[in-house]
Write a protein that binds this ligand. Sequence first.
Ligand SMILES: Cc1cc2nc3c(=O)[nH]c(=O)nc-3n(C[C@H](O)[C@H](O)[C@H](O)COP(=O)(O)OP(=O)(O)OC[C@H]3O[C@@H](n4cnc5c(N)ncnc54)[C@H](O)[C@@H]3O)c2cc1C
Length: 499
Amino acid sequence: MKQKEERKVIVIGAGFTGLASAAILADAGYEVTLLEKNDRPGGRAMVWEENGYTFDMGPSWYMMIEAYENLFSIIGKKPEDYYKTIRISPSYRVFFSENESMDVMDDINKNYSLFDGFESEGGKKLKKFIDQSQKMYEIALQKFLYKDYWSFRDLMDKSLIKDGLKLKIFTKLDKYVKKFFTSDKAQKIVSYHVAFVGASPPTSPAVYALLAHCDMNLGIWYPMGGFGAIVDALMKAGLEKGVIIKFNTEVSKIVVEDKVAKKIITNNGDFEADLILNTGDYESGEMELLEKEHRSYPKKYWEKKMIAPSAFLIYLGLNKKLNNFLHHNFYFNSDWDKYFDQLLGSNPEWPEDPSIYITVPSKSDPSLVPPEGELMTILVLVSADLEDIESNREPYFDKILEKVEKISGESIRDSIVIKKIVAHEHFKNTFNAYKGTALGLAHTLRQTALFRPHHKSKKVKNLYYAGHYTHPGVGVPVSLISAQLACEKIIDDVKKQLV
Ligand SMILES: Cc1cc2nc3c(=O)[nH]c(=O)nc-3n(C[C@H](O)[C@H](O)[C@H](O)COP(=O)(O)OP(=O)(O)OC[C@H]3O[C@@H](n4cnc5c(N)ncnc54)[C@H](O)[C@@H]3O)c2cc1C
């Protein structure tokens, strides 16, 4: 049996999960090579620069900062060794219509007053809601997020079930929220977060109310330089520990002999490996890289899954400053039942009047733009079951931009100097994403914990998986936790001489 120092580990994918995993395994003494199909790191969080405008193409909300701190601590580092963070204040602006916007604050007492304006005793109700969300979050941290699930026995944690039932975490989120609030505005502000982890209030369990605590108590933060600064930090940490990174290297096949993965075939040569950790999209990692008999999950498995939405994304560089936007802004459309049905239900359609997320990070970080410029990303979540036809993009862009101008009362169109639009095809071509999903596997009760695809192959002894399809799920903080869980499994299997 080889010593761990002699074990060659190949990590596939240099997104957040792959970068974090590579650094953890190199820190643990393994010889790690990271293979990435694109020419840069970050995966969904890659950075795109043009004419002095620096866009984070993916994430923009820096929440659950302890997950980042925890990840860096595993490799003996702190986030501040690499990048600086600031708390965003106010947290964000919500537009409900053309004439109606309100700011959610980084001071919870001010949010109580805001909710008093929505309904009788709104502030008191918000306090109760957030107290419950905090309890859910603490339970999730202690008993759920950092634990891996391999069998039903792992789910049978009596205290988790008892606490969960008491807090009603298994109820549907929309029903849970309606027990606290009668006003539509209050209901939306405490539950919109789930859309960004690829779920919806009618389909996801109430445990996702914990995100309201992350938002209103723990706050929305920003890494100066953008998410690209965190990507650079993880890459630097890995390189410091000896990780070898190969960009423009797309894995096309994992060769398996006697249930052991032996070799990886890429467009940039073949690589031998003792252990493989695949952090690319799980579905293509199985369906395209493995022969049928070595796949843990057949085609039918993926067809039955609820796939998280794709995104219609508009990146704009503007040659003027904007007055009516904060760093983070939302437009919440009125009919959420119809909208979420179009997004995740049985009725996939390009929504005529979708909810819209608008981020203007240059409000906090002038380093992203030339002087007097502004940077704006507009995100519309759309069903992964839609066809992304190039000729449809410009008319849809017009519709969305018109709405953004109307709700904000600010003209944008005439100030555009940089413009890029992407949707499903970008996610398919750039990341091998199943159906062009932006976010991987949706969060429903039936796609939680044990019921997400596992961190270890059922058929190939030395093949592991991590990333947003696996437990705990979608979003950067939890992708980092998935990296930690998969690496712990690898290290444990090696210790027990199982691989
Ligand atoms: C538009 C958008 C906005 C988001 N906003 C937020 C947010 O505000 N906050 C938040 O926390 N999260 C957000 N997320 C979610 C978050 O970005 C993801 O959950 C997280 O980045 C997933 O990281 P990952 O490493 O698991 O996957 P990925 O980032 O997809 O990385 C996988 C990597 O594997 C590579 N790869 C795939 N197949 C192969 C192959 N065969 N060979 C070699 N390489 C391969 C891909 O190119 C990719 O680089 C957002 C996502 C999107 C798309």
